[in-house]
Design a protein. Structure first.
Length: 396
């Protein structure tokens, strides 16, 4: 999945984030080189960029070195992807016009295989017809755009609006998307994630600590591999992944309705949500006063969405999750058999290193024959790709 990324730092105020972009790309496993325009070095330093990248920074002064090295051709041939971040209106204009008057535009005209622009400019500039025309020309050449986002802008008194550069972590997501093999191209994948909430009254509810991170990781991994992804999410604090259709729900019944409406068109279904098993038999319309020393609740079962999907599975690949505190493999296998699943992912939420909300997980896959495959402990995104690898083998 990893590759070679040339970060081309344009001359905007957002260039102060360039060292962090380099660090995040390196943490994601990419080999990174940096090109800094002359104006970019007014906001960051060559030393800072060289320190985090571990390599000399390409600048205008080294474009034609005494050694005779043609730097722009070398960089274009080396890079699997050029990320221009931040990309200014001037950068866009020169590239759209096909100029090669500085090192950045010379690299772009030398034919790197992929170019991703991360615009950063005032909202009024981003909305200017000339800027938008240049964006259109670059898209027509196959260039991609990451952002811009809306938010606070540089400059005293400037109103927020579209034009803000995406955060470094978001830019890594876009790079990963463009450098991932599309072995799921055209596949339709449905994923559920997060908890559900079953309200007692307008302010109290039954729920669980699920963060949704595992399901979101599966949705992002499937998107990066070319799938058309629908993510049905319970309440989480996570941002909607770009390129994914996100359906926000709250209760188990709402999740059931959203999933069943999209189930007929899905080829792969990964049910990673932690759906509440019980709901109050009665929901009050007003907050109940805190009276007495005890409170007795009558609970009724919520719909078993996974069993309902298994009963009408057809030729889909249906994957479930099991969270157990004891007798894990035995209970997970029984759940797989009872609900007609193709695969079940067992995890243990009481492990402090892989508990609810953790960045890592530990999965054990179990198939209908009872065979197990330990995916080990790893970041949830890594496990998501390993899970999709196994699902792809089932589809073959």
């Amino acid at each position: 999945m990893a590759g070679r990324v040339l970060l081309a730092v344009g001359g905007g105020a957002a260039a102060i984030k360039a060292p962090l972009i380099v660090r995040r790309l390196a943490e994601a496993g990419y080999r990174v080189r940096v090109l800094a325009t002359e104006r970019a070095l007014a906001f960051t330093t060559e030393l800072a960029l060289a320190t985090v990248s571990g390599r000399p920074v390409a600048t205008e002064t080294g474009w034609f070195a005494p050694s005779g090295r043609v730097l722009h051709l070398e960089l274009a041939e080396w890079a699997d992807l050029v990320l221009v971040a931040p990309a200014t209106a001037a950068d866009l204009a020169r590239a759209a016009a096909g100029l090669a008057e500085d090192l950045l535009t010379a690299v772009l005209t030398a034919g790197p295989p992929r170019v991703v622009w991360a615009p950063a400019m005032n909202p009024r500039m981003w909305a200017d017809p000339a800027v938008q025309a240049n964006v259109g020309r670059l898209k027509a050449r196959g260039h991609a755009f990451a952002g811009p986002a809306s938010g606070a802008m540089a400059g005293v008194g400037e109103a927020p609006g579209p034009g803000r550069m995406l955060e470094p972590e978001e830019l890594v997501e876009h790079v990963r998307y463009h450098l991932t093999d599309k072995d799921y191209a055209g596949r339709r994948v449905l994923v559920t994630a997060g908890p559900t909430r079953e309200h007692l009254d307008p302010v109290r509810f039954l729920s669980n600590p699920s963060s949704g991170k595992m399901g979101y990781a599966v949705a992002r991994a499937a998107r990066d591999r070319g799938a058309r992804v629908v993510l049905v999410s319970g309440p989480t604090a996570l941002e909607d992944p770009f390129g994914v259709e996100v359906v926000r729900v709250e209760s188990a019944e709402a999740m059931r309705e959203a999933v069943l409406a999209r189930y007929p068109s899905a080829e792969v279904v990964v049910m990673a949500a932690a759906v509440a098993d019980w709901r109050p038999a009665e929901r009050r319309d007003e907050k109940e006063a805190k009276l007495g020393e005890e409170k007795h609740l009558r609970l009724v079962r919520t719909p078993d969405i996974l069993a309902e999907l298994g009963a009408r599975k057809g030729d889909r690949v249906l994957v479930g999750f099991a969270m157990e505190t004891h007798a894990g493999p035995e209970r997970a296998f029984e759940k797989l058999r009872r609900k007609n699943l193709d695969l079940i992912c067992l995890n243990y939420p009481t492990d402090p290193e892989t508990a609810f909300g953790a960045e890592e997980n530990r999965l054990l896959l179990i198939d209908p024959s009872g065979r197990t495959e330990a995916l080990g402990r790893a970041p949830k995104r890594v496990l998501a790709d390993r899970l999709l690898d196994r699902v792809r083998r089932i589809m073959q």
